[in-house]
Design a protein around this ligand. Sequence first.
Ligand SMILES: *Cc1c(COP(=O)(O)O)cnc(C)c1O
Length: 234
Amino acid sequence: MNDRRDELARGLAAVHERIARSCATAGRPAEEVTLVVVTKFFPASDVRLLHELGVRHVAENRHQEAVAKREECADLGLTWHFVGGLQSNKAAAVGGWADVVQSVDRPKLLPGLTRAAHERDRPLDVLLQVSLDPPGSGTGRSGVAPAGAGALAAAVQGAEGLRLRGVMGVAPLGGDPAEAFALLARVAGDVRTVEPAATWVSAGMSGDLEAAVEAGATHVRVGSAVLGNRPSRR
Ligand SMILES: *Cc1c(COP(=O)(O)O)cnc(C)c1O
């Protein structure tokens, strides 16, 4: 267990160092970037160690797994992000435990999320997931098309109990992440014309967080660089 703690501490230190260096390159204060550690596939014991090591934001991408882990870690006061593909029939359930839903990409999710927000005592923070894949690439990955983000932002604003905080994106495999994150920054600007308080830009993972920070990311979502390679799914 102590070995694991050391391993996580080393991973965290390396990631914080990378964030600090990219912020310096971009002339941004390091406090502008929030590290969200993606703990999917890893046990609640790791979440607990990460909390001891100062982590305050964690992310999960599967509802069942997240619910169990969150329950085991209920005493920690962590902020839980959902970063997975969301089915409309799961939206209310995810909105029941998540503090931030980063993967809102279509209006069909809004009724369920609104219902969840209604049942909690505070608004539910949401980000619009924007597709950064080349148009027509047919990868089937989630995300609203860049041109559709403004309309979706307006729909979220019309949904009671949801607080639109900004945008999220995943750089396409094999593409230039700097280009993808520049596009995300432009879409973030479009969204801010609808909701000026939507200032969060969630971009960058273990492999490309530098490019994301240099393009203005406020949140980076890092898994393997902190936790190691994910165990294979059962
Ligand atoms: C798993 C995941 C991450 C973290 O990926 P790493 O490459 O392990 O850092 C970030 N964002 C999303 C949406 C993910 O599903």
